[in-house]
Design a protein around this ligand. Sequence first.
Ligand SMILES: [Fe+2]
Length: 171
Amino acid sequence: MTRRESPITLNSEVRKALTKRHQDEHNAGHLYDRVAERLHHLGYSGLAQHFRVAAAEERGPHAQRVEDILHAFDIDPPHPKVQEPNLEDKATVLDLVYLAWKTEADLARRYEETKALAGEENELGVEAMLDGILEFQLREIEEARSLYRRCESADADGAGIMSVDVNMPAA
Ligand SMILES: [Fe+2]
């Protein structure tokens, strides 16, 4: 028996955008691996562990949320080719933790753009699923924001970022 085509197709622009969001999550995972390595070498083992866990979340459940949308349309996203991050100008712990905040904020804006595109193309189910992802993404921003502010305050008040590091919850 011949393989039947999916009875529902996805707008090609929305498909391209979702493939990019899938890639973004994998890139974020790779970035956090690199950040974790750097923090580990600097002696911040609590923060390093935090970013190792974050990396696994990006490549696992976060990428999966996008895959779940594509699967409904009988599409498998291409295997991601992760981008090597440039951390040369990220000399300090604060630079690295700020980069995570910025990464999550950028991801939220890209999801918003993808959601708007889905709405314009009348892909309303996709738009609704992206709405759910955006809620998760705002929480990601809040987690990154609060970690950065804690590090910034500790750095400024003399306690030092190591005081944040030793109090990071063990994963
Ligand atoms: Fe993510």
